[in-house]
Each structure stands twice: as structure tokens, then as C-alpha cells.
Design a binder for this molecule. Structure first.
Ligand code: 5GP
Ligand code: ZN
Length: 120
């Protein structure tokens, strides 16, 4: 369930403090320690899962809960006119923390284009 070397598992157990905004039986949401937008939250399954590359059917309840709750949390935190939900995955996705997490990114202003319009 928890990986003792994983920083987000340590946030789940309380070993590392975080600014929590939501918690239930399956997921936890907290403020990113280094926000890149006025609203920057992280949502994680409580059970350790390296990345979306490794997700299985049994992870669907927690992953689904993240999608289902994201809009309400974004609104409550002030991103009340839209946001982005981003899951960086693996080497190509430049995932740094190897415990699946969805970034909620938002604020009052549009975020700008997410991707280059054409392939490099
Ligand atoms: P990634 O690049 O893996 O998608 O994003 C990892 C995110 O985790 C980064 O935005 C980083 O600021 C955040 N982060 C890393 N360590 C901690 C921590 O100990 N606490 C919190 N709240 N966020 C963290
Ligand atoms: Zn973990």
C-alpha cells in the first residue's frame, strides 16, 4: 500500500507535512510545495502507484475519484472558471515524483497554450 521511500506516501501517512485540502478513503489533495500557477494542487491515490503507465483496473476507483472531485476542489480554491488537470507520466512525460499525481493548475487568467502547435 505504501512505499517507505516515496515522498507522497510519506505525505499520506503524515510523516511529511502538507497543506491538505481534501481527503477521503481513496485519495488525498494538497497544495504543491512549489506552485507554478495561483492555484496549484496535487491529487494522489493514497495507495502507492508509480505512474499512470502502471495503472490497472483495480486503480480505477481512486483514479476516477480524482477526476470526479477535481472540479469542486479547483472551484473551492479559487479556480472557478476552469483549470487544467495534468498527469506527467514517465520519462517522456518528465514525471519527477514516482507516485501518480494529478496537477490542478488554475487561477483567474487563461494559462496559455499547453502544447506546441506543431511537432518539433
Ligand atoms: P511532477 O514533475 O512529478 O509531475 O511533479 C511533482 C510535483 O511535486 C512538483 O510540482 C513539486 O513541486 C511537487 N512536490 C515535490 N515534493 C513535494 C513535497 O514534499 N510536498 C509538496 N506539497 N509538493 C511536492
Ligand atoms: Zn508512494
Amino acid at each position: 500500500m505504501h512505499d517507505p521511500n516515496c515522498i507522497f506516501c510519506k505525505i499520506v501517512t503524515g510523516e511529511i507535512p502538507s497543506r491538505k485540502v481534501f481527503e477521503d478513503d481513496l485519495i488525498l489533495a494538497f497544495h504543491d510545495i512549489n506552485p507554478i500557477t495561483p492555484v496549484h494542487l496535487l491529487m494522489i491515490p493514497k495507495a502507492h502507484l508509480n505512474s499512470l503507465s502502471h495503472a490497472q483496473e483495480s486503480d480505477a476507483p481512486a483514479l476516477g475519484r480524482i477526476m470526479a472531485v477535481a472540479g469542486r476542489l479547483a472551484r473551492e480554491q479559487g479556480a472557478d472558471d476552469g483549470f487544467r488537470l495534468i498527469v506527467n507520466t514517465g520519462r517522456v512525460g518528465q514525471q519527477e515524483v514516482m507516485h501518480v499525481h494529478a496537477h490542478i493548475l488554475g487561477g483567474k487568467e487563461p494559462l496559455g497554450p499547453m502544447l506546441p502547435r506543431r511537432r518539433a
